[in-house]
Ligand binder design. Structure first.
Ligand SMILES: NC(=O)c1ccc[n+]([C@@H]2O[C@H](COP(=O)([O-])OP(=O)(O)OC[C@H]3O[C@@H](n4cnc5c(N)ncnc54)[C@H](O)[C@@H]3O)[C@@H](O)[C@H]2O)c1
Length: 326
């Protein structure tokens, strides 16, 4: 932290901290219940806010040289020892968003010791969810995507993979891996930009992941849904998709007594424990998501590569701090 506002009591200039992507006041009913992803005070338009994100309260920053963090004592996570933290700084950068988000997806899907897990999506959130599932003790983590490099990245740290663009269904591919066409826990790390499956993998089909997860998840199982669904998508594939209305087969989920957990991840619920897991070497998240640290000037290239499906998590390092530590 480089400067403190007059009401900041506990965080000091010079502290090394992690900033959750959610902004939360720490005083409202939801914050008191640890639902900091839907804080009631920081966005006049709706519950929940984030830095530099459309429709999330108008807060600037996030991907910038500096960011102003409101309610800093509440929002910031201080690393206990700067020198120790700098040794793991590439991993610790993942604490702001993807690691807690992936972990939240796994926890809300009920992942625990011995679970068979399917994670839809091998982007940074999906890979973080897969690594988190290993941390939680899953017996077998199967990651689905249609980008070969991303599936190879998932295999690089011990996941099984499913290529959703193949003609074999997800259930058939899961059957070939675990000997049954279903899983205990499923996590949607794709959201509304989902592609269809099989020959439909070339098209956007926003309800595909949710419907397929209901098919493959055991009765009485749970679906973690960190993948984003929106209330408005002007570029949506039809009039329904444009207002976030999807053709979801809820009857199937109901018949199987599925539990659904949606929404922004309440980062603060998990970031301290995950920091300790990183500091004590229990999870190698930077390796799992293939962190590449880049300058702010290089961000447009990072975005281009990411849009093309690079199997990487680009971390912006505006002041060269992370690169110096490496
Ligand atoms: N809930 C939260 O708090 C939170 C936080 C961060 C990100 N997110 C959301 O999580 C999602 C994933 O984020 P990301 O950065 O990893 O995105 P990403 O776009 O890099 O990854 C999504 C992956 O899903 C794959 N995919 C597309 N259709 C598929 C299908 N039918 N089955 C399996 N895979 C499919 C894509 O090829 C891509 O690799 C996004 O919707 C993002 O907005 C949510």
């Amino acid at each position: 932290m480089i400067e403190a506002g007059r009401d900041v009591e506990f965080i000091k200039v010079g502290d090394l901290v992690s900033v959750p992507f959610n902004i939360a006041c720490g005083r409202c009913r939801n914050c008191k219940e640890r639902a900091t992803g839907v804080c009631l005070s920081v966005n006049p338009a709706r519950p929940g806010a984030a830095y530099g994100y459309v429709d999330m309260g108008g807060w600037v920053g996030g991907q910038a040289e500096y960011v102003m963090v409101p309610y800093a004592d509440f929002n910031l996570l201080k690393f206990p020892d700067k020198a120790q933290a700098m040794e793991k700084i590439r991993d610790l950068t993942c604490l702001s968003d993807i690691l807690p988000t992936g972990y939240h997806g796994a926890v809300s899907a009920g992942v625990g010791t011995g679970s068979i897990v399917y994670v839809a999506g091998a982007g940074p959130v999906g890979l973080a969810c897969a690594a988190a599932s290993h941390l939680l003790g899953a017996a077998c983590v199967i990651v689905g995507d249609l980008i070969p490099e991303r599936l190879a990245q998932a295999r690089s740290f011990g996941c099984e993979t499913v290529d959703v663009s193949k003609s074999a269904t997800i259930a058939e591919q899961i059957d070939a891996i675990v000997g049954a066409p279903e899983v205990d826990c499923a996590v949607d790390c794709v959201g509304f930009e989902a592609r269809g499956h099989g020959k439909d993998a070339v098209k956007e089909a926003p309800a595909t992941v949710l419907n397929s997860l209901m098919e493959i998840t055991r009765a009485a199982g749970a679906l973690g849904i960190p993948g984003l669904y929106v209330t408005g998508d002007p570029g949506g594939i039809d009039d329904n998709a444009k207002v976030g209305r999807l053709s979801i087969r809820i009857g199937l989920g109901w018949a199987k007594s599925h539990v659904f957990t949606t929404g922004q991840c309440p980062v603060m619920k998990y970031n301290r424990q995950l920091m300790q897991a990183i500091l004590f070497g229990k999870i190698n998240i930077a390796k799992a998501v293939n962190v590449e640290v880049i300058t702010l000037d290089d961000a447009p290239r990072g975005y281009r590569d990411f849009d093309k499906g690079a199997a990487k998590k680009f971390v912006l390092d505006p002041h060269g701090f992370v690169r110096k530590a490496a």
